[in-house]
Write a protein that binds this ligand. Structure first.
Ligand SMILES: [Zn+2]
Length: 232
């Protein structure tokens, strides 16, 4: 009897120990492949100009007065919204071409548009950051107040380098528009009125079970580390 009791106590202790070390929230989660590929962000200071230059932004604007810019709608950005394209064939240039031709329909003015599309080696800008886009939540604050960044997912594109370029672009935009890290949000953040699933699973590979979790926190930390390097 005594030995059986000892066994129960031992089992209870070991299961408590087990739960403490595995679900206490302190155990490092399994890192995504891109995290180890990227390593840590250097601590050395960088000027805002050097950072912008390393991001490599190329302009390919939708013509003023047409398609996603058919109405002039000024914006003072106070948020940055991160998306991923879920398009496994088109690169950033293909998205730029589609936007310039008015090929992507939707939103409140009949045409989708957003500010930047990022791939591993370049960022393509489609509209000025002083104009609102059509990418998140119709007439909601996501469209009215945020700069939108789409991350490419086409085959052959490095996901790690796309994430790193996106993190640097985000840090650079935070600096130039005085936007705090707390206002860097996933598309998920902006509910879409009238949808059965108002919170979109976007950017899907930075969310955990369709919502912001440790992977999103990792991305935000990365953005914060790039931001901290900036020294005027
Ligand atoms: Zn999205």
């Amino acid at each position: 009897m005594k030995s059986r009791l000892t066994l129960w106590v031992l089992l209870l202790c070991s299961s408590l120990l087990f739960s403490c070390t595995t679900s206490g929230g302190r155990t490092p989660r399994k890192a995504k492949a891109w995290e180890s590929a990227l390593g840590s962000v250097p601590k050395t200071k960088i000027s805002p100009q050097q950072l912008s230059k390393s991001v490599n932004v190329r302009r390919s604007y939708i013509p003023r007065g047409r398609y996603g810019r058919r109405k002039h709608r000024p914006m003072k950005p106070t948020y940055i919204t991160i998306h991923s394209t879920q398009n496994y064939t088109g690169d950033a240039w293909a998205h730029a071409k589609a936007l310039r031709r008015g090929a992507l329909r939707g939103g409140t003015i009949g045409y989708l548009c957003w500010h930047f599309t990022v791939q591993d080696d370049v960022v393509v800008q489609h509209i000025p950051t002083s104009e609102r886009g059509e990418h998140a939540d119709f007439d909601g604050p996501g469209n009215r107040k945020s700069i939108a960044i789409e991350m490419c997912e086409h085959r052959g594109n490095s996901q790690a380098q796309t994430l790193e370029r996106t993190a640097k672009l985000t840090a650079s935009l935070m600096y130039h528009h005085k936007i705090p890290l707390s206002h860097v949000v996933p598309h998920y953040h902006w509910p879409r009125a009238g949808y059965s699933t108002p919170h979109k699973n976007c950017p899907h590979y930075l969310l955990d079970n369709g919502r912001p979790g440790p992977t999103w926190e990792w991305f935000k930390r990365r953005v914060g580390e790039h931001y901290k390097r900036i020294s005027a």
